[in-house]
Design a protein around this ligand. Structure first.
Ligand code: TRP
Length: 352
């Protein structure tokens, strides 16, 4: 196992996983686990940045582990673990923060976004720093939100991962991770942390659109199909997806909402089926109701078996416990070794 390159990725423990997570992350994890020393984890500490209730957090972690396993991530091939089960991460997070600038953290796009949300600011006002420091309301931007990228960098660096499969929205965090690694290595004159790169099989990155006619599928958007959705619910969601009035002339350009449905179809339906509906669009004979029925059918073929497995696994606490204990042991072994080196390098050396 040790000669293979280390691949690591994580999903924040907030809410259930949706089709976007499936095509963007889970299905890739499953393909990677044979060829790489794979580590996939549930980022529960990251989830704490938005202050969930304790019950919510616990359930979310359990759900996501179940969803990893149900989608085919195999604990015999990959290391599956919960971030907080590796306490070494928290210690290295403290240490690495000594080399991270608050300015660079404040300039991170995801931070500005989340800070705006926390303060209830809608506009893209660039003066967010002013709002954060001068805020007179009881709203606040917690320090965990600011140091989110440090924690993510530590997830990666503590395992000395080479490849990190993440979507576009995480690229800036990965860039920071490389910068922090370089900075640490050069400050102490060591070669402790490898610089990780993004990893996407060299293929087109998949962008899974939502059902509301706008952008991509996202947990918070209310435009999502969850892997755990019941058959009826899923059909209803797809039937209600935004479309338009339909093509009036042959070969009309395709509007975004309709293109989104075609894109979902390309991910889930057979190529002939997609072509058939595209042809029907081109000659104006298309009926969106038929397209949606077909789309729902083809999505269900993927999600229903996964849903059943999720339900089975969620009921099997002993199995979940076994998987996570084994994962934690493996993840801690590597993390402890890296932390030991980092402490030594920084001058934290024992007198006894
Ligand atoms: N920040 C990532 C997200 O929101 C989740 C994450 C945390 C992660 N630590 C990571 C992803 C380490 C890859 C590697 O999607």
């Amino acid at each position: 196992m040790n000669e293979k390159e280390i691949v690591l990725s994580g999903i924040r423990a907030t809410g259930n996983l949706h089709l976007g997570n499936y095509f963007g992350a889970l299905s890739k994890f499953v393909r990677m686990q044979d060829d790489y020393d794979s580590m996939f984890f549930i980022a529960d500490l990251h989830a704490l940045t938005t202050n969930p209730s304790p019950e919510e957090l616990h359930v979310n972690v359990k759900n996501i582990v179940s969803e990893y396993l149900a989608a085919g991530v195999d604990p015999e091939k990959a290391t599956i673990f919960v971030q907080s089960d590796v306490p070494e991460v928290s210690e290295l997070y403290l240490l690495l923060n000594m080399h991270v600038g608050i300015g660079e953290l404040m300039r991170t796009a995801s931070f500005k976004d989340k800070a705006r949300k926390a303060l209830g600011i809608k506009s893209d006002s660039e003066d967010i720093e002013h709002e954060i420091i001068g805020s007179e309301t009881n709203k606040r931007v917690n320090a965990g939100l600011l140091t989110y990228p440090t924690l993510m960098a530590v997830d990666i660096l503590i395992q000395k991962a080479h490849k990190v499969p993440v979507g576009k929205d995480q690229e800036q965090h990965l860039e920071l991770t490389r910068r922090f690694a370089r900075r640490f290595n050069s400050f102490y004159g060591v070669d402790l942390f490898p610089e990780p790169t993004n990893f996407d099989f060299g293929g087109q990155p998949v962008k899974v659109p939502g059902l509301d006619g706008s952008g991509k599928m996202g947990k918070s958007e209310g435009n999502c199909i969850y892997l755990i959705d019941e058959e009826k619910v899923l059909r209803k969601k797809v039937m209600r997806a935004t479309t338009d009035e339909g093509p009036k002339e042959p070969n009309s350009p395709v509007s975004l909402p309709v293109q989104n449905l075609f894109t979902l179809m390309e991910l889930t339906s057979a190529p002939e089926v997609v072509q058939q509906f595209k042809d029907a669009y081109a000659d104006c004979s298309i009926r969106y109701g038929d397209l949606k029925k077909q789309l729902a059918e083809d999505i269900l073929k993927i999600t229903l078996p996964i849903r059943q497995r999720i339900l089975d696994i969620r009921n099997d606490d002993a199995y979940i416990g076994k998987v996570l204990r084994q994962g934690a042991e493996r993840a801690r072994e590597r993390a402890a070794a890296t932390l030991k080196e980092a402490r030594e390098v920084m001058g934290i050396r024992k007198f006894y």
